[in-house]
Design a protein around this ligand. Structure first.
Ligand code: HSE
Length: 435
């Protein structure tokens, strides 16, 4: 049987890893697939690197020439970013090439357009590596869960943020110091905004949300709040109360619509998800028939991410001769059966909350805060005075029961308006994982 011919775009970390996996595991891959996978062509900025990493592949200076080339069966897009990557993917699809990409930003922002064209052109677009690196979560959601109605997904899906939060908790260090350490270790980029402000996690949870609920991808509906404003004190107080703080991507189906959000979240420390540390990723899926399942592994890195890329190449190769009507749909549901849904605004979501209030240490302060919360219909689970600061200010930590966020958003300015309250209220959302 003729070899499957790969055209590889990009030789960064994941591109080089993909070349390595295809070379190192060539025999195992062909034993699984029944035919050879050949890295036929490569395009990257660095021609010398291309020759040393993929000595047997033909180098193409112009990536557009590669995506149109008749000797390429599958284009593997690992350039990242959106502008050139989008043009290349659309051009590849237009030319009848199947596509594998690890580009979460591209799919979260332009996935609908790409899948629509791919459907018209009868080609496959696979993206296992776009979410949680080496964890086969796309396969699990699209295929393993297909007998279920998915209820919610919660994921630690940004390793950089998880590393920073783990270090802040273990060492009590401030955010800025740990970020510097993460940059020195090569986990965080020189410009870390994308990771620490929740964009990367937002792209990933947006893709998973569409797969879970059968909707078009809608990154614009995703609420993003990162970890850069977190105070190590709140991580310590949370721990004293039996919680860990994690940056979570959350999507949940409720009677009112779909929640889609990324933000720091307190999790009970007894939960597996709360114990995922360092750069590791984990995704918890709750579905009506199977119940709770949890997927754990490396969310980044050359070989784990390349493992997902190559698995997609193998999947496509197996399905090349299958009738296109029998392929797994791009977004898990038949393209014509995707449903527009209402995405809840943050005012409409339901959560529990951690609040930290700094106020004068005098009689009646706790009572007035409790009254404000009660007035907004918020039930208190715990209320603890953490100690008195030098200036006779007390720190009060409150955990609430589940409530609609607009109640909290009304209560906070009322608390801050109290004469005894001397600093903005800190609010962190909290999930019990009891759903
Ligand atoms: N930068 C991401 C992370 C990996 O820190 O998890 C790629 O999405």
């Amino acid at each position: 049987m003729q070899a499957i011919r790969i055209g590889l775009l990009g030789l960064g970390t994941v591109g080089s890893g993909t070349a390595e996996v295809l070379q190192k595991n060539a025999a195992e891959i062909s034993r699984r697939l029944g035919r050879e996978v050949r890295l036929a062509m490569v395009s990257s900025r660095d021609a010398a690197k291309a020759r040393s990493v993929c000595p047997d592949a033909q180098y193409m200076a112009d990536p557009f020439e590669l995506v149109r080339h008749p000797d390429v069966d599958i284009v593997v897009e690992l350039f990242g970013g959106t502008q050139i990557a989008k043009d290349l993917v659309l051009e590849a699809v237009e030319n009848g090439k199947h596509v594998v990409t690890a580009n979460k930003k591209l799919l979260a922002e332009y996935g609908n357009e790409i899948f629509a064209l791919a459907g018209r052109k009868n080609v496959m677009v696979q993206f296992e590596a776009a979410v949680a690196g080496g964890i086969p979560i796309i396969k699990a959601l699209r295929e393993g869960m297909s007998a279920n109605r998915i209820k919610s997904i919660m994921g630690i899906i940004n390793g950089t943020s998880n590393f920073i939060l783990s270090e802040m908790r273990e060492k009590g260090s401030p955010f800025a110091q740990v970020l510097k350490q993460a940059q020195e270790l090569g986990y965080a980029e020189a410009d870390p905004t994308f990771d620490i402000e929740g964009h990367d996690a937002g792209h990933k949870i947006t893709i998973m949300s569409a797969l879970a609920f059968g909707t078009p991808v809608n990154f614009g509906a995703c609420y993003l709040e990162g970890i850069s404003k977190l105070d190590a004190r709140d991580i310590r107080y949370a721990e004293e109360l039996g919680y860990r703080v994690k940056l979570l991507g959350i999507t949940r189906l409720s009677e009112k619509g779909v929640e889609l959000r990324v933000h720091p979240t307190l999790l009970p420390e007894c939960r597996l998800l709360a114990n995922v540390n360092g750069v590791m990723n984990a995704v918890r899926v709750n579905a009506d028939m199977v119940g709770e399942t949890l997927y754990y592994g490396a969310g980044a890195g050359a070989l784990p991410t390349a493992s997902a890329v190559v698995a997609d190449i193998i999947d496509i190769s197996r399905l090349l001769s299958a009738d296109s009507g029998h392929r797994v749909p791009y977004l898990a549901f038949q393209p014509g059966r995707l449903q527009e849904v209402h995405f809840l605004s943050m005012d409409e979501i339901t959560s529990s909350y951690y609040l930290r209030v700094q106020a004068a240490d005098k009689a009646g302060v706790l009572g007035s805060i409790a009254n404000i919360l009660a007035g907004e219909g918020i039930s208190i689970e715990a209320l603890i005075q953490k100690g008195v600061l030098d200036n006779n200010q007390a720190e009060i930590v409150i955990l609430t029961h589940s409530t609609v966020e607009q109640n909290i958003r009304r209560a906070i300015p009322r608390i801050e308006a109290e004469a005894s309250v001397s600093a903005p209220v800190v609010m962190i959302r909290m999930e019990s994982l009891n759903d």
